[in-house]
Design a protein around this ligand. Structure first.
Ligand code: ADP
Ligand code: MG
Length: 319
């Protein structure tokens, strides 16, 4: 199979947002008057971001989903993506599954694949995403204000639990493994939430590296600090995990577990009713977990009113 046949068979689908898609030297898109384009790229490398033998459908879904999540965090509407892929060989079964996962995600979020590049090499997947938003409406990391509430969508730690299970650090019961593995392999970027937050929030970020690390980016960009209430942070309810946040491993999963792709955002306290209404509308938990304060860094109030301090890069101590 030639390179061009491969592209046609696995990566060419009809488009909905695009003037000229795959097949020429460049794609063509049009954007509306008064709109801006948000652009972001994320690379997934075999052995680093996923196991070499991971389910190709999940790799396909996730390689696009993590990029769409960046659009959600900006308050942008994701519309176009390009895919640069290095493949060790022409494994047709792998490619069919990969592209099925990629396009399932593309379809779910109305994104067109409009171009890319295909080469032979160690399995590496680089996706660039482009989205649209009204000029000046982006949710930037630098927008957090003193006294803002800090909110988080969904619940944290599920993806990290699945990863810990896969790495043999703990054993999840069957019932919990399924939902945690879904969170790890096929994350659901919070696009509708991001769009709705354009007129509500002051700042936002998607949680890819863990709550503390990613909230830390907002704080740094906004030159403010934060206090968090551990008891308020939403996480997996289970008899087995996570049930005791004094356990350092469990604390780490909730506060520093990556890969959840939930949104963390800040908003004025006057927006509480609106945000709770939005939560109902989207059928997505939105939880108030803390407050933006003067200074820098994050202070976490523990389950028993003790203060748990962290350095920006990670844990200082646990109790
Ligand atoms: P060129 O040599 O002009 O760069 P290519 O032969 O690399 O063109 O690509 C042909 C067409 O296929 C282009 O429109 C390119 O954007 C698209 N394309 C190549 N690889 C991919 C891919 N992995 N996914 C989507 N589109 C691709
Ligand atoms: Mg090329």
């Amino acid at each position: 199979m030639s390179e061009f046949d491969l592209i046609r068979q696995h990566f060419t689908r009809t488009t909905q947002n695009t003037d000229l898609g795959i097949g020429d030297d460049a794609a063509l898109i049009s954007i509306g008057a008064g709109m801006q384009i948000a652009i972001s790229a994320d690379m997934l490398v075999s052995g680093t971001h996923f196991f070499a033998d991971a389910d190709p459908y999940a790799i396909g879904w996730k390689s696009l989903a993590v990029n769409i999540s960046d659009m959600a965090a900006m308050g942008a509407n994701p519309k176009w993506a390009t895919l640069a892929i290095a493949l060790p060989n022409n494994d047709v079964a792998w490619l069919a599954q990969f592209s099925a996962g990629f396009f399932a995600c593309a379809q779910a979020f109305h994104v067109d694949l409009i171009g890319g590049d295909t080469t032979r090499g160690p399995l590496t997947i680089s996706v660039q995403i482009m989205g649209e938003l009204p000029k000046g409406k982006a949710l930037q990391r630098s927008g957090a204000q003193l006294g803002d509430d800090i909110w988080v969508s969904g619940r944290l730690g599920d993806a990290a639990l699945a990863l810990a299970h896969l790495q043999g650090q703990l054993v999840l019961p069957e019932s919990l493994l399924a939902s945690c593995a879904t969170a790890l392999h096929t994350p659901q970027p919070r696009v509708k939430l991001g769009l709705a937050l354009r007129d509500i929030a002051h700042s936002a970020i998607d949680i890819s590296d863990g709550l503390l690390a990613d909230l830390g980016h907002i704080l740094e960009a906004s030159t403010v600090g934060a206090t968090l209430e551990l008891s308020l942070i939403p996480h997996t309810q289970s008899d087995v995990f996570v049930n005791d946040l004094r356990d350092p491993q469990q604390l780490k999963i909730v506060l520093a577990g990556g890969d959840d792709y939930e949104l963390c955002f800040t908003a004025a306290a006057t927006k509480r009713a609106k945000i709770l209404q939005l939560s109902t509308q989207l059928n997505l938990p939105l939880t108030l977990i803390g407050e933006i304060s003067a200074g820098s860094g994050i202070v976490v109030h523990g389950m028993h009113h003790e203060i748990i301090e962290f350095k920006e890069t990670g844990f200082d101590h646990f109790s």
